[in-house]
Design a protein around this ligand. Structure first.
Ligand SMILES: NC(=O)C1=CN([C@@H]2O[C@H](COP(=O)(O)OP(=O)(O)OC[C@H]3O[C@@H](n4cnc5c(N)ncnc54)[C@H](OP(=O)(O)O)[C@@H]3O)[C@@H](O)[C@H]2O)C=CC1
Ligand SMILES: O=C1O[C@H](COP(=O)(O)O)[C@@H](O)[C@H](O)[C@H]1O
Length: 530
């Protein structure tokens, strides 16, 4: 498809890339392009498909505004909302300004910048499967682009069952004729290996892999991006990063609210597909990969795929699932998962899961990677905990009694909230005598850095505009991720495994402790020291 080109075709680079394959262009084409780019900068048009929806309001428009505020958007940019709902440009702008709450809100000149930003936002109402409607959108985009190289980004913020309709119509009728066209695809990328492969095949009927930006917003989180910096740029960490020194690694996600309002979506996916198979597994792959040849996207993604392919599919006996039930505390009754009207009665969908995974390679042989993800728990947080081995022949072991686990170092990377990296070390309590305690060497972001941390969607949108694919998921990574989880998911569903109930606001099912204990592990987030 000639219109679905990737990479900007500029007069300075007289080659064109159709479906990723470079070929020469004619002199006429070259001259056309030269005249198109009098005002040398290309335009970038961003279409948020599903603009009337929750994610668009909560995340995408705020992120775009923050990028505009920070002067990160290209000079010639326009934003188009597209959905079936009828709206005028003014109504879209009103919706965006009313729902827009982001880190910029309290900044200087915020309202002036907002006015400017809104003038660049437009709306087009249409069906998701109508090429005619997308053609009209394409015309509208063209009017705003003017005679420039046109780059177009489509953000699919819609339910997955209509991804392919939109990609087909947008690529055929609204993609760029002389610049790049890219598509950001939101999760879920299927429900299992087969449906994910079918989605990939479908997308590839209309797009080449380089045009597809599969978003996992956890990869855009500051501390997840920092993982590689921490490890590969500090001599004190990388040499310790293996089975020789690391006893176990814990990847923990918890939310202190339930599925309120998203029960319909959640029920057909459950927590394993919603959080573990993507967010936590992506963090694991980044954490465990070998040193990439370079920081180029393909080099990093190659290493991540190797980790995923070195893992053995999850076994049912290494998994615990749970579901929250109603709980009354302080006179308030919190609803159980199945009390939600959007959830089918008697649903067995897990809202909590804990799992032990292993990487079969020389670096990680035998090291348990424990994952835990849950909704309606006692706290909201996401963190990576690395528990180190005991110090051999520890001269001070007497100071810790019989519980040597209390003496081991633990590195905690708190992804959110209140970002921090801290290392638990043993230290002499000052004074006469010899008493030890565990203290934290603490890099607390709020204390160390005055700059606010950008939202993950800001980083990822900017990367997509700039064609940086490092933080997006390649199709082979996705296949490998599904291969790990699909057999387990099928078994759970075929056996209709009942989840262990846990009270809303609690620390989750007891089964998670037994699972950790099976591998001689204690969950770090539940220890009295935190
Ligand atoms: N919301 C969130 O926090 C997150 C969402 N996601 C993913 O992002 C995408 C968008 O999520 P979200 O905004 O919550 O979704 P919504 O349910 O809000 O849907 C977005 C828009 O799509 C249209 N739409 C909804 N249902 C249908 C349907 N059955 N058929 C056709 N059109 C429909 C509606 O627009 P209209 O009727 O105007 O056409 C709606 O405003 C999904 O893939 C979701 O899984 C991922 C992570 C988090
Ligand atoms: O992808 C998802 O992530 C959110 C949690 O994201 P966060 O950035 O707020 O931590 C989760 O609530 C949702 O269920 C899931 O689909």
């Amino acid at each position: 498809m000639d219109t679905a080109v990737e990479n900007v075709v500029t007069p300075a680079a007289p080659s064109k890339v159709a479906n990723g394959t470079p070929s020469a262009i004619t002199v006429e084409e070259f001259e056309d392009l030269a005249s198109l780019s009098q005002d040398d900068e290309a335009s970038v048009s961003i279409t948020v498909v599903g603009a009337s929806g929750d994610l668009a309001k909560k995340k995408i428009f705020p992120a775009l505004f923050a990028l505009y505020y920070e002067d990160c958007l290209p000079k010639h940019f326009s934003i188009f909302g597209y959905a079936r709902s009828k709206m005028t440009d003014a109504e879209l702008r009103d919706m965006v300004s009313r729902t827009l709450t982001c880190r910029i809100d309290k900044r200087e000149n915020c309202s002036e910048k907002m006015e400017e930003f809104l003038k660049r936002c437009f709306y087009h109402s249409g069906q998701y499967d109508s090429e005619a409607d997308f053609k009209e959108l394409g015309k509208k985009i063209k009017q705003h682009e003017g005679p420039r190289v046109s780059n177009r980004l489509f953000y699919l913020s819609i339910p997955p069952n209509i991804f392919l309709d939109v990609v087909k119509c947008a690529s055929r009728s609204a993609s760029s004729e002389n610049g790049w066209t890219r598509v950001i695809v939101e999760k879920p990328f299927g429900r299992d290996s087969e449906s994910s492969a079918a989605l990939t095949r479908g997308l590839k009927q209309y797009l080449v892999e380089d045009q597809i930006f599969r978003i996992d917003h956890y990869l855009g989180k500051e501390l997840v991006e920092n993982l590689s910096v921490l490890r590969f740029s500090n001599l004190v960490f990388e040499p310790l990063w293996s089975r020789q020194y690391i006893r176990n690694v814990q990847l923990i996600f918890s939310e202190d609210f339930g599925t309120e309002g998203r029960g319909g979506y959640f029920d057909s996916y459950g927590i394993i597909r919603d959080i573990m198979q993507n967010h936590l597994l992506q963090i694991l792959a980044l954490f465990a990969m070998e040193t990439p040849i370079s920081l180029e996207a393909e080099d990093i993604r190659n290493e991540k795929v190797k980790v995923l392919r070195s893992m053995k599919p999850l076994q049912l006996e290494d998994v615990v699932i749970g579901q929250y039930k109603s709980h009354t505390k302080g006179g308030i009754t919190y609803p159980g998962y199945t009390d939600d009207k959007t959830v089918p009665k008697g649903s067995l969908a897990p809202t909590f899961a804990a799992a032990a995974l292993f990487i079969n390679n020389a670096r990680w042989d035998g090291v348990p990677f424990l994952m835990k993800a849950g909704k309606a728990l006692h706290t909201k947080q996401a963190e990576i905990r690395v528990q180190f081995r005991h110090v051999p022949g520890n001269l001070y072991k007497g100071a810790f009694g019989t519980d040597l686990d209390r003496a081991t170092n633990e590195l905690v990377i708190r992804v959110q909230p209140d970002e921090a990296i801290y290392l638990k070390i043993n230290n002499k309590i000052p004074g006469l005598g010899m008493r030890l305690d565990r203290s934290n060497l603490n890099l607390h972001y709020a204390a160390r850095y005055s700059k606010e941390i950008p939202d993950a969607y800001e980083r990822l949108l900017l990367d997509a505009i700039e064609g940086e694919r490092r933080l997006f998921i390649r199709s082979d990574e996705l296949d490998a991720a599904w291969e790990l989880f699909t057999p387990l998911l099928k078994e759970l569903e075929q056996k209709r495994t009942a989840p262990e109930l846990y009270p809303y606001g609690s620390r989750g099912p007891v089964g998670a402790h037994y699972l950790a204990a099976k591998y001689n592990v204690r969950w770090g987030d539940l220890s009295s020291e935190d």
